[in-house]
Design a protein around this ligand. Structure first.
Ligand code: FPP
Length: 251
């Protein structure tokens, strides 16, 4: 899909717009440290970037946005920071619900959600339910999420179906496996963006990112706003996605 975009002066007339963008939001702590602020200030500024980026996705025509908001490994951070992040998430869900409704955003969540504190889970379930009919951007928050854990959960669910006689092992294909993942109802990401210059996947969407293009930006997440998203799309637009095949002209 091509999208004419005029706002950012350095932007070419047409961008290739991915259907699904996944983002590893990194560098909140460094952003705060660089300014002599507490880490919590970095996470709060990161929550503002979330709001701007979901709106930008709508403007640009990106239908799915998946954000790595809290990993399985993040439970090992100091208790004070975990409590603060859970509080921020609860506040975000409560405060931003009217905006999500106004912006026609559908919220989803993936991960081991039963590990979230009950007060956060209640806000999450409420926001998911209230936005379930919305049709603009589908924003998926990865919470208490790990890619390996997701694959293990899918393997268990397939094994149970085999044990019950609902499935035979020769029916297990890539598509069948995908249908047992948390993301069964959304397409795989076309583009993965990671902020703050780190070049690793950190256990994020390990199955689904198989053919995604990866763009790394040195910006910390609180600085990642509309123009930075457009810059990432410009880089994506220059990529040649071949999915393991050869270009027709080389065939
Ligand atoms: C990485 O920064 C970010 C996180 C662990 C959490 C992401 C959370 C937010 C963007 C804020 C809230 C989001 C929502 C959806 C409410 P870091 O702490 O690892 O930064 P550092 O590597 O510089 O220390």
């Amino acid at each position: 899909m091509k999208f004419p975009f005029k706002k950012k002066t350095t932007t070419p007339d047409t961008l290739k717009v991915p259907e699904h963008v996944a983002i590893i939001m990194d560098g909140n702590g460094r952003w705060a440290k660089n300014r002599g602020l507490p880490r919590a200030a970095g996470h709060r500024a990161g929550a503002d970037s979330v709001r701007e980026i979901v709106r930008s996705c709508d403007k640009l025509g990106i239908k799915y946005l998946t954000l790595y908001a809290f990993s399985s490994e993040n439970w090992n951070r100091p208790e004070k920071e975990v409590t603060m992040l859970m509080g921020l998430l609860e506040k975000f869900l409560k405060d931003k619900l009217p905006e999500m409704l106004e912006d026609n955003v559908r919220l989803r969540a993936i991960g081991r959600l039963d590990m979230l504190p009950a007060h956060v889970r209640a806000e999450l379930d409420n926001a998911i339910e209230k936005t379930s009919k919305n049709t603009a951007v589908t924003m998926t928050l990865a919470l208490s999420y790990g890619g390996r854990e997701e694959i293990v959960d899918a393997a268990k669910s397939i094994a149970e179906a085999v044990n019950k006689g609902e499935l035979s092992t020769d029916q297990i294909t890539n598509d069948l496996f995908s249908s047992h993942l948390y993301t069964s109802d959304i397409p795989d990401p076309d583009l993965l963006i990671r902020t703050s210059g780190e070049v690793r996947l950190s256990n994020f969407l390990l199955w689904q990112l198989s053919y995604a293009e990866i763009v790394i930006t040195s910006k910390n997440w609180p600085e990642f706003r509309h123009d930075e998203l457009v810059t990432a799309l410009e880089e994506y637009s220059r990529r040649d996605r071949r999915f393991g095949k050869v270009k027709p002209c080389n065939a």
